[in-house]
Design a protein around this ligand. Sequence first.
Ligand code: HEM
Length: 216
Amino acid sequence: MATPSRSLLCIRAWICPAIFDHVAKPVLFVLLSLPLGWLGFAIAGELNAPGSMLGADPAVEVVRYLGEWSIRLLLLTLSVSSVRRLARFPKILQLRRMIGLFAFSYVVCHFTAYLGFLAEFDLLLIKEDLVERTYITVGFLGLLLLVPLAVTSTNRWRRRLGATWRKLHRAIYLIVPLGLVHLLWLTKDQYGEVVVYAMIFLALMLERLVAHRRAS
Ligand code: HEM
């Protein structure tokens, strides 16, 4: 007869993958949608009672809010491989694509909010911003680089591209620093946030370096 601890291990080994397979993706989908849901709620509140939910300048607030979630989710996407190695939990890789696609969606919403609320779809102004405001140029470059990653994120594209897929997706190591430079450039004071994000990025890079050295 199996000892209690062995039985427990057997149950855990059987239940955890089953729970993970059925629950993780829907739960993650809901969690990652929450910030957008809150924003929708805040915009509705703002329309009802101006100034009540999004402060003195709701347009800027919406752009900033979506920008913040963009960088957070990009960092979360990057952290999946580290969590897989550190927690010895390979299944977590199944969630990376969804997190990455959410990150991309938040960047697209951030860009769309900029186009609609700040630039008011004025093509001349957008062109000027892209050329003259370096933080916009850098952010735009980050968005452009994200597009091929989102398009080729499916298993079909992965199989089709083979080894090139990995090389292409290494662009994330450039996109996140671009997002950080974008944030650094537009920050005028209180650099605490940029420092925290940059430290998370550096820690993730360090973990990769150590893992790579160990493997070779
Ligand atoms: C990888 C792509 C991008 C990331 C990660 C990103 C991230 C961010 C972050 C974190 C902020 C600051 C939020 C805060 O103040 O707390 C921000 C602000 C902003 N971003 Fe982006 N962004 C990206 C792309 C873009 C693009 C493509 C544009 C427009 C062409 C853009 C325009 C802006 C603007 C206008 C602001 C607000 C500036 C203000 O405070 O008035 N961003 N972004």
